[in-house]
Ligand binder design. Structure first.
Ligand code: GLC
Length: 542
């Protein structure tokens, strides 16, 4: 087991993200909950993960499924009680699994007491916890827009002021320039550390040092000063793992964020690979290019090697399902899900698996009226107003909506996929009779067991953690192949990103190397559709 008191333990770890609302319901109200998660810990221990990134469970009116917190120190009742949360922390710990809480420090809910106080008057002590500008109705301070559409400014007539919100109207931004506010946030994080939480995922953390007058949201001038202060005051124990969500991070920034001196965070989620096939807006697409994707990963692998630390992910609660987006979720669903897993987990960094990814769950195709996510709903309304046809809108929604990732977890082939005995809060994907945990566990060739093997290999072979990265055939349109080398071990990862077979010969040094893991039986000679192999040469060869 990993020694989690030591700085850097997370370099050998694999994490698993739970979106609690959709994971497992235990009381029949149709909403996933903490006791439901506790009941599935043995499943996660079987998979072999070292930690759970738990999407927000704090009290919230759920305007953005918990990313709008109204009380950082209590649990949203449908998810359970504080005792349930303490139970989850201790039951997980017994299985060697750490709880990593999702902390939303950039904004609160408008129903948070700080905000309701702030609304009372300009000289209320909490007023300055938020970002205000004086103004007249109808003329906001500037034309900044919120990430979920509409103006980023909301007028409050009783104060004659606008408040700033980068996300929904119900998510007012916190003012990090106020030291008292920052102190409250650090104290609140310590409250959770004392309860046994061992890490934090920090929501849109690159946006906290905003300067809206200069239209700056991400990467404000005081950003790293604030993060170092946060780290020094809240993440005191060397073993605490932190991962910041930073859409603005390039490799240079990520090196600062994840510097091995531990002064900021353990790592960040960066999104360069995710944005490669997006247009100006995420709803518009650009053609996918494998050479571009490879060069992107190569740059992140090479530039952070020895200087910072990568997080590795393709899926999360804000993204479409990886197997639908990057793979083939029809005929080659199983093969391409395994290929994506190997392509990612072979790299240097800490891999994150999003619930359901380990069984190859796919996107859902609903009608426009059936969506739930606030971002999706705002876009539908906006684009209708702009004159887009419903067919065009539906196309974008099917491809990009965050709801693709938020359908209930598919546990078995019984009604509602074993997620709930009641009415699920959101649609279950029709394919649950074929794609579910129960059937994955009873098939030794399932996507699940492929992930399990990958997680175990990362612990057995230091080259996963330490190896450098060499990309082969950078211009090849369908082959993604790379070598990782450290000390005497060398890994070769080969992935055929196509539904056609292709010629393949192992390069020098790997001609007689054994294949340690593959997604087809008898992995020899040319590559079959979506075939992926992991070769190991050198000392590790047994
Ligand atoms: C992050 C979360 C996303 C949320 C947004 C606002 O991007 O991952 O789900 O809507 O922040 O909190």
């Amino acid at each position: 087991m990993l020694d989690k008191t030591k700085y850097g333990w997370w370099k050998s770890a694999v994490f698993y993200q739970i979106y609690p609302k959709s994971f497992q319901d235990s009381d029949g109200d149709g909403i996933g909950d903490i006791p439901g998660i506790i009941g599935r810990l043995d499943y996660l221990a079987e998979l072999g993960v070292d930690g759970i990134w738990l999407s927000p469970v704090c009290a919230s009116p759920q305007a953005d499924n918990g990313y709008d917190i109204s009380d950082y120190r209590s649990i949203w009742p449908p998810f359970g009680t504080m005792e349930d949360m303490e139970g989850l922390i201790s039951e997980a710990k017994k299985r060697g699994i750490s709880i990593i809480m999702d902390m939303v420090l950039n904004h609160t809910s408008d129903e948070h007491r700080w905000f309701t106080e702030a609304l009372k008057s300009k000289d209320n002590p909490y007023h300055d916890y938020y970002v205000w500008r004086d103004g007249e109705p109808g003329t906001p301070p500037n034309d900044m827009r919120g990430c979920f559409g509409g103006s980023a400014w909301e007028y409050v007539p009783s104060l004659g002021q606008y408040y700033f919100h980068q996300f929904a109207v119900k998510q007012p931004d916190l003012n990090w320039d106020n030291p008292r506010l920052r102190r409250e946030l650090y104290d609140m994080i310590r409250f959770w550390v004392q309860k046994g939480v061992e890490g934090f995922r920090l929501d849109v953390i690159d946006s906290v040092a905003k300067e809206p007058d200069r239209k700056i949201t991400a990467r404000g001038p005081r950003l790293h000063e604030y993060i170092r202060e946060l780290s020094a005051n809240a993440f005191i124990e060397p073993g605490i793992v932190t991962v910041g969500e930073a859409w603005s991070a390039d490799t240079g920034e990520a090196i600062r964020w994840s510097s091995p001196d531990g002064s900021e965070l353990s790592m960040v989620f960066q999104f360069e690979h995710i944005c490669l096939d997006r247009g100006e807006e995420k709803w518009d697409s650009r053609p996918f290019s494998l050479p571009k994707l490879k060069r992107c990963f190569e740059r992140w692998q090479r530039e952070l090697h020895g200087k910072g630390w990568n997080s590795l992910f393709l899926d999360n609660h804000d993204l479409p399902r990886a197997v639908s987006h990057w793979g083939d979720d029809g005929k080659y669903r199983v093969e391409s899900a395994k290929l994506l897993a190997l392509m990612l987990h072979g790299m240097e960094g800490t891999p994150y698996i999003f619930q359901g990814e380990e069984i190859g769950m796919t996107n859902i195709r609903l009608g426009l009226e059936e969506y739930e996510d606030t971002e999706t709903l705002n876009m539908i309304a906006e684009r209708r107003e702009m004159g887009y046809s419903d067919a065009e809108i539906l196309e974008s929604v099917h491809r990009q909506s965050r709801d693709n990732a938020r359908t209930p977890m598919q546990w078995d082939d019984s009604e509602n996929a074993g997620f709930t005995t009641g009415t699920p809060w959101f649609a279950v994907n029709d394919n649950f009779r074929e794609i579910n945990v129960k059937s994955a566990l009873s098939d030794k060739n399932s996507v699940f067991y492929f992930y399990k093997r990958l997680i175990a290999l990362r612990k057995e072979h230091p080259v996963f953690r330490e190896g450098d990265f060499t990309l082969l055939e950078p211009e090849d349109e369908t082959l993604f192949a790379y070598i990782r080398a450290a000390r005497t071990e060398r890994l070769l990862i080969v992935c055929n990103f196509a539904s056609e077979a292709r010629r393949w010969r192992a390069p020098a040094g790997f001609e007689s190397a054994p294949v340690l893991l593959a997604n087809y039986p008898e992995p020899e000679g040319d590559l079959r559709p979506w075939e992926a192999r992991l070769y190991l040469a050198g000392e590790g060869e047994k």
